[in-house]
Design a protein around this ligand. Structure first.
Ligand SMILES: NC(=O)c1ccc[n+]([C@@H]2O[C@H](COP(=O)([O-])OP(=O)(O)OC[C@H]3O[C@@H](n4cnc5c(N)ncnc54)[C@H](O)[C@@H]3O)[C@@H](O)[C@H]2O)c1
Length: 345
């Protein structure tokens, strides 16, 4: 892969500049902080292109991605579009000779991930996913506690998100666009879990889905997401994890991870971490960590260092495929009514 002399030589464009979470502006600002140069924005909504011009005076704007890809100065494209577009757009950008950062989820199916990875290898270009929550304060604190040994050996993680909520009318509630209920926050929660199970190899996944409660009541009808998606993944170490994302559970569980160890537990949210553990005399200790900090600038700092100095990517495409493979297997397993063996670790 060709190296850049300095970070400012890396000229970046984003596709998708929505104001829903302002991820386009946020990522261009993060790139600037890492020394990279924002060059272009592509967006089908003219009002949002105007917003991009105001946010980044002088930036090139396009309403079609193929036109943006013809810009020879463009080195890297960030895709911030609905989930069903990620694989197709990533392959289009790679084919045009551009490095690609895809918002999470990396893609919807394992086959899509495989095709994207194959294209990046063929073109010798970088491919990664914006797993910004890899550096959330809660999971960083959890990883530190796990190293000090106080909760013993981790054997199980339970991850929850949701409650009893009418799904929105947006594309996130459409199965064919979003991939399903597990693909939004489920990918973030699985990525936390896989950091904890970093050395374990996935062996099988059993998935369950409840459908139909909201189906008649929201805009997407038969194409609505599952009311609840649920999976259990087994690892070769004997560890297992369970993920549940729901819109029909009245008994609210805390959002985040419940990590069980042989001597204690961790309760982990995006910005929180609490440890509960047993001492040698059997009494129970609790520590709630405060003043936690994330390290979100690390993502683009690593991208710049990778492209300039060849520093290893932290979020490799194979790493990004792991949560997608689990969710993809869970969906197939729910349909077939049996656990399915994994193809990838
Ligand atoms: N990492 C995070 O913390 C985080 C946070 C929010 C969203 N996301 C992810 O970002 C992605 C986008 O989410 P969002 O909430 O911004 O969605 P959104 O629907 O609000 O924004 C998507 C934008 O893409 C534009 N668009 C669609 N098709 C296009 C095309 N062919 N060419 C150019 N522009 C096109 C739309 O007009 C829209 O403005 C999703 O993958 C989502 O999961 C990640």
């Amino acid at each position: 892969m060709e190296k850049y002399r300095r970070a400012s030589d890396i000229k970046a464009g984003v596709v998708g500049y929505s104001n829903a979470f302002n991820m386009g502006r946020k990522q261009l600002q993060e790139m600037q902080k890492a020394g990279m140069t924002p060059l272009a924005v592509c967006e089908i909504d003219a009002a949002r292109l105007e917003a991009a011009r105001q946010d980044f005076p002088g930036i090139a704007t396009y309403s079609r991605m193929d036109e943006m890809l013809r810009n020879p100065d463009l080195d890297l494209v960030v895709l911030i579009t609905p989930h069903n577009l990620h694989a197709e757009q990533a392959i289009q950008c790679l084919s045009a000779g551009k490095h690609v950062i895809c918002e999470k989820p990396f893609a919807i199916t394992t086959e899509e991930c495989d095709a994207m990875i194959a294209k990046s290898r063929e073109m010798d270009l970088m491919l990664t996913t914006y797993h910004n929550r890899h550096w959330d304060p809660g999971i960083l604190a959890a990883m530190r506690v796990l190293q000090d040994g106080r909760i013993g050996e981790v054997y199980k993680i339970e991850a929850n998100m949701g409650g009893w909520n009418r799904p929105g009318e947006w594309w996130r509630s459409s199965k064919s666009i979003s991939g399903g209920i597990l693909y939004d926050w489920g990918v973030h929660l699985l990525e936390y879990c896989l950091q904890i199970f970093a050395d374990a190899k996935l062996t099988e996944v059993c998935g369950f889905a409840r459908n139909g409660y909201w189906r008649e009541q929201i805009r997407w009808g038969a194409d609505s997401n599952e009311d609840e998606g649920y999976l259990v993944a087994r690892f070769d170490t004997g560890q297992w994890l369970r993920l549940c994302i729901t819109s029909i559970d009245c008994h609210l569980k805390p959002s985040g991870l419940d990590v069980s160890g042989t001597r204690g537990a961790l309760v982990v949210g995006p910005g929180t971490c609490k440890a509960i553990w047993k001492t040698d005399d059997g009494s129970t200790m609790t520590e709630e960590f405060s003043g936690l900090h994330g390290d979100h600038d690390k993502f683009y700092a690593n991208i710049a260092a990778h492209l300039v100095d060849g520093e290893p990517l932290i979020i490799t495409p194979e790493w990004a495929r792991r949560p997608i493979h689990i969710i993809d297997l869970a969906g197939q397993s729910a349909k077939q009514g049996r656990a399915l063996a994994s193809r990838y670790d």
